[in-house]
Each structure stands twice: as C-alpha cells, then as structure tokens.
Design a protein around this ligand. Structure first.
Ligand code: MLT
Length: 310
C-alpha cells in the first residue's frame, strides 16, 4: 500500500537524471531533449546532473545506489551498459541486474571525425595518413568504457594503428579541442558532431552505419568509403535504480514513450541524426534484451581489439 501511496503523489518534487559525462556531449544532449518533455508529462522538472568520470561508470554507480523511489534516473548507453563490464572487472553494478530499465531513448550512429585541417580529402587518405603517422596521432575519447573509447579502440584495431588516446570528461569538451586542433580525430555519436560537421568546423570521413544518415547526407558510409569492416552504432537509454514501485515505474515508462511520440521532441532528435526506436524497440523489456545482448557482444569485441587484459 505504501508503494501505491507513493505512486499516487509521484512525482511530488523534481526528478534528477544523472548524465555520467560532462555537459554538452551526446549523452547530455539526449538527456536534456527527452527530459524536457518528460518534465511536462510528469508535471515536475527533470533536472540534469552531470556526474563524469571513469568512462561514465562513476555516475552510473551513483545512480545504481540511489533510492529506488523514482527521484533518481540515469541516462546510460552502449558504453556504461554494454562495454563497461569487459573493461572494469570489479564494476560496482551489473548492467542487466542493478537497474529498472525504463526505455531506449535514441540510437546514435558513430561518425569518424577529424580536425578540419587534417591533411586528407577522404577516408582512404585519412587511413593512409594515420598508418604512416600513428604514434604522432592524438585520438580523443571520454574515458575507458565510454562509447567514444569503445568504438575508438575498435576503429584502431580494424585499421591497425596505435594512436595516443586522450581522455576527456565527455565528448563535448573533446569536440572543443577537435575544433581548435588540439586533438586529431575521434569516433563519436552523431548527435554531438552533426552540427559542427554541417558548420564546416570539423571533417567527417565516414559514418559507420549501413546507410547514410538523413542528417548528414553527404557523409559516406564506411562501406562506401572503403572500410566495410567498421560498422558500429551506439544507443542511449533511461534507467532507474532497481526496485521502483510498479506505478512509479509505469509513470516513467509512459513519460518516456510520450516524449518519443511528441513531434517537437522527435524533430530535435532527428535533426541531430538520432534514430528514434519504434514502439517495439521502446519500453523496459526491449531495453533489458538490448543490454543483455550488448554486454555479450562487446566483451569479445574488446578482447579481440586488445582493450581487455585477457
Ligand atoms: C561517450 O560515451 O563517449 C559519451 O557519450 C560522451 C559524452 O556523452 O560526452
């Protein structure tokens, strides 16, 4: 009964959504877009709290240990809830057991981007330059286990290079350094880099999806550009700590679904190149299945890429 009582008044105060990376990056952008609409549906502000560190695991640990009362949520993703277990043997949460999955928010194709004065006109030239100058190249990423790290290590393994990995508290700050030429390249989620590619402030050599993105129609796929072995996408999803009262869980699931059905919210996400899950791909069960699949997929991939001590 207590649970039901809680649910009836829920939410009675603002809800915190932990973003486990610095403000301004892809995870932050997606959280603010869906959180904005969820605030309206729930009648209480969804307040974003950026808790960066350790490839996103610091913030997710904080969220996993919060009270399961609906007032702490997390925006996790393919890094924190897919790659992390392979890279952190003593990880203080289990992506498939420590959470109430609320639902997938957005799929995020990965784009290979470089500083705008990088001396290569296309992906082939980019790869040639990387191979000839590997030890001089600086590759940005958002910490071990992040999407930019996992997809970056996979890229390096496919291409056969060992650049210097430069860690940031998110790919928002990393993008600033890419634009100022402090780092040479990175593999990042489309929602972060699309505006800067369109604005000509960074170069995009390819998108690692089978089809081009409507948000970046002139960017070739890796297959078209000659690197078919590199196809990878990420995703961002809303989680709560395990054990929400059933009605609180249902309210959150419904609020996220409403956000993804809202035309303005959809346009904001689509304009950035996000892929919005269809009804079947939304909701707790689809996310639970995705997490289990992704953890199983990324462990051998990262081992093969030499990112995991065997
Ligand atoms: C990552 O995993 O690379 C993060 O999503 C970067 C970020 O959101 O800042």
């Amino acid at each position: 009964m207590a649970g039901a009582g809680l649910a009836q008044g829920y939410p009675a105060r603002p809800v915190t959504m932990i973003v486990p990376f610095a403000a301004g990056g892809p995870t932050d952008v997606i959280a603010r877009i869906v959180g904005d609409h969820m605030s309206r549906t729930m009648g209480q502000q969804v307040v974003i709290e950026n808790v960066a560190g350790a490839g996103g695991t610091t913030g997710i640990i904080r969220g996993a240990q919060a009270a399961p009362d609906g007032y702490t949520l997390m925006m996790g993703h393919m890094g924190t809830h897919g790659a992390a277990p392979a890279l952190y043997p003593n990880l203080k949460y289990d992506p498939a057991k420590s959470f109430d999955p609320i639902g997938l928010a957005a799929g995020t194709p990965i784009v290979i981007v470089a500083r705008k004065d990088f001396p290569a006109a296309d992906l082939k030239g980019f790869l040639d330059h990387l191979k000839k100058n590997s030890e001089k190249m600086n590759q940005a990423q958002a910490g071990v286990g992040s999407v930019s790290h996992s997809t970056g290590v996979l890229f390096d393994s496919v291409v056969g290079i060992k650049p210097t990995l430069v860690a940031y508290r998110g790919t928002g700050p990393a993008l600033n350094d890419l634009m100022s030429g402090q780092v040479d390249f990175m593999t990042d989620q489309i929602v972060n880099v699309a505006p800067q590619i369109t604005g000509g402030n960074i170069k995009a050599y390819a998108i690692a999806t089978p089809e081009r993105s409507p948000a970046l129609p002139d960017v070739p796929t890796t297959k078209e550009a000659g690197l078919p072995a590199y196809e990878v996408s990420a995703w961002n999803a809303v989680f709560a700590p395990k054990g929400l009262p059933a009605d609180v869980n249902a309210k959150l699931v419904a609020a996220l679904r409403a956000a993804l059905a809202d035309e303005t919210t959809r346009k904001r996400l689509l304009d950035l190149g996000a892929v919005i899950p269809d009804a079947k791909g939304q909701g707790p069960q689809a996310l639970q299945t995705l997490v289990e699949t992704e953890v199983a997929r990324w462990t051998p991939v990262l081992k093969a890429a030499g990112a995991v001590a065997n």
